[in-house]
Ligand binder design. Structure first.
Ligand code: IVH
Length: 679
């Protein structure tokens, strides 16, 4: 009964997954999809005996830090010869015709992501490997399994028992913008373009991070021994039937004129695509002809990539401003003579940091090239030295803060300069308050950037805790406010006392603690006191918290000014504790667990979730208050010794699972879940 429901949900969810992520044609609402997903998660949690690594629920990834094994490609991953010139492209077409007579070409978009090779065995995804050096790459299977458009199991049954399919892992602009916004909020360096973001994400060590990054994967080449196809086109149609995402934009072209028209169309139309492309790939369609044409050492001779020119403009650099962010990071920004580029007027461009400026030897007054390739923010890519004034001198980077005059510092491993005067530097003070009131943090509306500046200027707020002392009578007389706005502000400040703990934690603006990390910290530690008193060792036990984040948290709570502010926020009544969760059973009530090592059937996340769902407590480190250690493969020997010394019981994954089902309470939970009464 339960098993049948689990299977039905998996089938339905995979079907709708395909509709949404592959066909871009959802049939049900996100709400209904999420509801089914939740039901499946609950059933699977209560019935670990029906676990399946290909279940749609497994697409959320895990928090295990993976090392990537190096794998040799069965067929080397070649590159393509590139050209920016239509003349060269026509020479390519003429060469093919000389060899094969009139040929058919498949024209495809050249996707601007990172190449991937997927191997399927008996219809199931076996392995995913990056291009690497073309001969061998990294095994990133765990990460690729979280990409919703990659089928874990194929549809139909006419696929070869063993084959490879290659394509491009892409980051759509929407995901890219979202991630960069999050990184900015957390004070982390931004990804320069979607390609870097896609490649960087694939190399993430925790697949749970990959799962949330919104990657997509388009496939464009099938390889295998004795594949039953005569043309590339045929093979792509089949791949689509088997459930792969194959671009709908490919076309068969039968002449140079048709190829030219394809290129001309996409050079313009690609601007409206939701993902980045950097050219068109022209491939001979017939496999027999391909065999005849052959390869060079590096690339096939039957295909060529025509690359679109990155749009560039030449303009004068008028001056350089320096912006100081909430974290004190200094960014040089170029003021340009306005210039038209890719349909917009560009007036400002980022110069990144001092090193970048020195590398390009950029000087005010120079004529500079501005580009807007895959990037959203225009950047300066070079200087036209011919236009340089004779009296020009190398640019000297600033060494004091442009806002408060404090000498700037450089931190190890960071390219930017920082102003260390956190509590006295205006943009840092105001930036922290603005971060705190953002929608995703305390969501204090009625207060925008300008109002925050106004309050600061009038001495009413100097830090986030001052917001909770504001009274309507103080605000109403200020310019542009009035009684109604004043009351609004006071009301929304009061409403923020109900904002859940995870958002309060995010709002504090601890470096590198973005929205997601805050959520994980809140889930793991459950209260601000627990986060504040956690050791470095305990902090890194929380999902997705590495050494860098742990150090930033320790620094934050070591600062007496921060502690004073937190004390005041506590007095004001903010939520410093996570909300209680609904339980599936009380099978583990009163028991504490430490999860250690790697497990065969569940991710560490899943085990932790099961512990909490059944009333148990997760602890970070082995101590006398731990009841059980659930030990997986390669549990650290130091932990093992400590556990033995303290007499803590060590159990296996299977023994742990048995604890859930042993008294029948998880059975009840599943039935409750099925009737929809649990949540
Ligand atoms: S076919 C034998 N088709 O471009 C080469 N590649 O510059 C097979 N790329 O490594 C590649 N879109 O990562 C092919 N429609 C497309 C492509 C494409 C993007 C990438 C791919 C390749 C690189 C070569």
């Amino acid at each position: 009964m339960v098993r049948r429901r689990i299977e039905e949900l998996r089938r339905q969810l995979e079907f709708h997954n395909h509709k949404y992520y592959v066909e871009n044609a959802p049939e049900i609402s996100d709400f209904d999809f999420d509801r089914m997903m939740r039901e499946l998660q609950e059933l699977e949690a209560a019935h670990p005996e029906f676990a399946d690594p290909d279940s749609p629920t497994a697409r959320v990834g895990s928090d295990i830090s993976a090392e990537f094994a190096t794998v040799k490609h069965r067929y080397p991953m070649l590159s393509l010869s590139n050209t920016y010139s239509l003349d060269e492209l026509h020479e390519f077409l003429e060469r093919i015709e000389r060899e094969c007579g009139p040929a058919e070409y498949v024209c495809e978009l050249k996707f601007d992501g990172t190449a991937i090779s997927l191997t399927y065995e008996n219809g199931r995804l076996l392995r995913a490997v990056t291009r690497g050096d073309g001969v061998q790459g990294d095994d990133v299977t765990a990460n690729i399994r979280t990409v919703r458009s990659v089928p874990l199991r194929l549809r139909g049954s006419d696929w070869p028992a063993f084959f490879e399919i290659r394509g491009e892992v892409l980051m759509p602009y929407a995901s890219f913008d979202k991630i960069n916004a999050e990184r900015e909020a957390a004070g982390e360096p931004l990804f320069a373009n979607p390609r870097n973001a896609a490649a960087g994400t694939l190399k993430q060590q925790q697949s749970a991070v990959v799962a949330r990054r919104g990657l997509d994967c388009t496939l464009y080449q099938l390889s295998g021994d004795g594949l039953p196809f005569e043309t590339h086109w045929q093979s792509l149609q089949k791949a689509r039937e088997w459930g792969f995402k194959v671009s709908d934009y490919g076309r068969i072209c039968r002449s140079a004129a048709e190829v030219d028209a394809f290129i001309a169309h996409w050079d313009e139309a690609r601007r409206k695509l939701p993902f980045p492309t950097d050219g068109v790939v022209i491939k001979v369609n017939s496999f027999a002809e391909r065999r005849k044409i052959g390869f060079t050492a590096k690339a096939p001779k039957w295909a060529v990539a025509y690359k679109f020119k990155a749009e560039q403009a030449l303009t004068r650099l008028v001056s350089v401003d320096f912006q100081v962010g909430r974290t004190g990071a200094v960014t040089p920004v170029a003021n340009l003579e306005p210039v038209q580029l890719a349909g917009t007027t560009v007036r400002r461009a980022t110069l990144h940091n001092a090193e970048q400026m020195a590398l390009l030897d950029i000087r005010p007054g120079d004529m500079v090239y501005v580009e807007k390739g895959g990037e959203i923010i225009p950047k300066i890519t070079g200087v036209e030295l011919a236009g340089r004034p004779a009296d020009s001198r190398p640019f000297k980077y600033i060494d004091t803060c442009p806002e408060c005059g404090t000498p700037l510092v450089r931190y190890e491993g960071e390219a930017k300069h920082y102003c260390p005067n956190q509590s006295g530097c205006r943009p840092q003070i105001i930036g922290r308050i603005i971060h705190f009131i953002r929608r995703k943090a305390l969501d204090i509306d009625g207060l925008g950037e300008e109002t925050v500046e106004l309050l600061y200027e009038n001495g009413l707020v100097h830090d986030i805790s001052d917001l909770y002392d504001l009274r309507a009578e103080q605000l109403a007389p200020l310019p542009r406010l009035g009684e109604k706005s004043a009351e609004n502000i006071v009301r929304s400040v009061r409403a923020s006392l109900q904002v859940p703990f995870q958002r309060v934690l995010f709002g504090l603006g601890i470096r590198f603690v973005g929205e997601t990390t805050a959520k994980y910290l809140a889930d793991h530690f459950r209260s601000l006191d627990a986060v504040m008193h956690a050791s470095r060792e305990e902090l890194v036990e929380a999902d997705e918290v590495g050494g860098k984040i742990a150090d930033a948290i320790l620094d934050y709570f070591a600062d007496s000014e921060n502690l004073r502010i937190i004390g005041r926020l506590r007095d004001a009544g903010l939520q410093f504790e996570a909300e209680e969760r609904a339980l599936a059973s009380e099978a583990l009530a009163g028991k504490s667990f430490v999860i250690s090592g790697k497990f065969a059937d569940h991710s560490r996340d899943e085990l932790k979730e099961l512990i909490e769902l059944h009333g148990g407590r997760n602890l970070a480190a082995v101590s006398a208050s731990v009841d059980f250690i659930v030990a997986g493969e390669n549990m650290g020997s130091a932990k093992l010794k400590k556990a033995e010394k303290l007499g803590v019981r060590i159990i296996s994954e299977q023994e742990f699972i048995a604890m859930l089902g042993g008294d029948g309470s998880s059975q009840d939970a599943a039935e409750k879940a099925e009737q929809g009464t649990l949540f």
